[in-house]
Design a protein around this ligand. Sequence first.
Ligand SMILES: O=c1ccn([C@@H]2O[C@H](COP(=O)(O)OP(=O)(O)O[C@H]3O[C@H](CO)[C@@H](O)[C@H](O)[C@H]3O)[C@@H](O)[C@H]2O)c(=O)[nH]1
Ligand SMILES: [Mn+2]
Length: 653
Amino acid sequence: SMWASATSLRLNPVHRTEYPEKYVAKPEEHFPKLDVFICTADPYKEPPMMVANTVLSVMAYGYPSDKISVYVSDDGGSSLTLFALMEAAKFSEHWLPFCKKNNVQDRSPEVYFSLKSSSWTEEAENLKKMYEDVKDRVEHVVDIGKVDQDQFRDVFDLWDHKFTPQDHPSIIKVLQNNETEITPNLIYVSREKIRATPHHFKAGALNTLLRVSSVMTNSPIILTLDCDMYSNNPTTPLHALCYLSDPMINFGLGFVQFPQRFQGINRNDVYASELIRPFDINMVGYDGLMGPIHVGTGCFFNRRIFYGPPTNLILPELDELAPTRIADKPIKAHTVLALAHNVAGCNYEHNTNWGSKIGFRYGSLVEDYYTGFMLHCEGWRSMFCRPQRAAFYGSTPKRLTDVVWQQMRWSIGLLEMGFSRYSPFTYGLKSLGLFTGLGYCYYVVWPFCSIPLTVYGVLPQLALIYGIRVFPKPSDQWFWLYIFLSLGAYVQDLSDFLLEGGTCRKWWNDQRMWLIRGLSSFFFGMIEYTLKTLNLSTPGFNVTSKANGDDEQKKRYGQEIFDFAPSSSIFLPMTTVAVLNLFAFVSGLYGLFAWGEGLSLELMLASFVVVNSLPIYEAMVLRKDDGKLQKGICFLAGILTLVLILGGYFLLK
Ligand SMILES: O=c1ccn([C@@H]2O[C@H](COP(=O)(O)OP(=O)(O)O[C@H]3O[C@H](CO)[C@@H](O)[C@H](O)[C@H]3O)[C@@H](O)[C@H]2O)c(=O)[nH]1
Ligand SMILES: [Mn+2]
């Protein structure tokens, strides 16, 4: 079924080009208003200065400033993040005119000022100084963990001793607004939280922003971004609008998705973080069906998409939230702010359609994939857009632990989706037809890979140790079929990879990460999901850290040394499999030379795993740095291997 669904993605690849120059020729008053949603959730995993840079990079879009409103949702309810945004608002008054006057392309100040330029103009030099001061102030506040209340008494009064990220009233602050001068609006939103009330993580945050922005600006176009995804291309909105406002294609067109690209990946991408398969290769395939899947960030939506199928508008419970209403009151007006606070309340959604028929959908930890799927099922289409200069750059996890945790969350989310009432296998195939339906099954099948991977990582090896054959012998004709199928699959995978501009080393790392994921993320994802269905656990949205680690850690990443810190039992299965395979490999070699047993598929498989596991052995015995595998894990893996070998004895002998 993996093959069937992968194949439907190969049927009709589509490559597009758009002509933003033509769009610019239109008079500015015809440009639609744009609301940008940026989500953040934790000031320590998502440094406020990073959020500020993302905010500044979109405020500085090459688009009429008075038409842009940037809403930042802070699920961390952090005064540090608010402080950083206040600083960003002040700095934007200098930064935006500078970018537009000099046609700067890198509109994230951090990126721009880290360019090594020998010829800064005096103006740039001053601005750089100003930026560094902003950065110092923000980082100082983050270091000491609080904002000096005396300096801004009225703003930070709310953060008293009762305030925690899980328990606090809704906070909405207009930090910059375009009624006095021509600047984008900047609004800080932290929805109300009460520990006992479910808040649905990012999907809940986005629905809050949908309502708050409805009350304030209600722009017809919405851009959603994760806080680490800064703009790298000031013309991006125009590229998206080429589709969203083209009357020839825009009926039923719900969103325009840009690929996720990442900054600062090491040379051979050891953790396979580029993810070009999901974010690029497959997208081109989906584009030939109903359109690309939604990947959570870098996506321009038609606001109407959140309110029912293209032909059947579902009105929300309040008239003020209707997607077609013109919001013409000043955003700082008392009535507007009061209503905005109200719709950001944590009980507001009670007995409404939010999360089920309206807005982002609840029920899966991959709310992006799930919501995109439900919207496609309603009959909306989407488009994939890849301008020559990448539209956005984000950050990827820099430690194996973070990579593996992130994908474990994804696999739990995919399982939640696969077993829900709206599973792509049943509901999806019915409402989307065969090919798109299968396309959506593709990812849902991912977590199940852990089953064959575990079996193939253990059984043939045990058989090898006890001299039993599970695969056909070389003299058998089936032997060559096995070889042909596995080599064939690998060659096809490699060629896909190389065609998208990958290298052989990257591909090798990528296939190794498949094995690692299968034995960690997918493995524990299945377990967590099972526990969840049995009501024994409630997996949450564990935010991936985007903070730069210490120097040692950065060095390891640069040198492509696997980083297993902080050690956790998530590494146990793969370490066990590595040890067992080494065992089997040695005993197989012994059999080969001492007994002349001949080459077998079992031995070839074990050697393949051993070659893939070299970094694990190294981390177990040779390394001394903090990123090595902890003794406890190695010890447990040893014990488990023994148990498996003993178990194998009873099973196979
Ligand atoms: O309760 C929460 C949890 C997370 N977030 C935000 O969600 C975003 C994504 O979180 P991250 O930890 O970066 O997750 P990733 O796994 O890196 O993100 C991918 O996968 C997610 C779904 O699992 C999608 O939401 C993302 O868009 C997609 O990039 C971040 O901006 C967070 O601040 C919230 O706003 N509230
Ligand atoms: Mn992320």
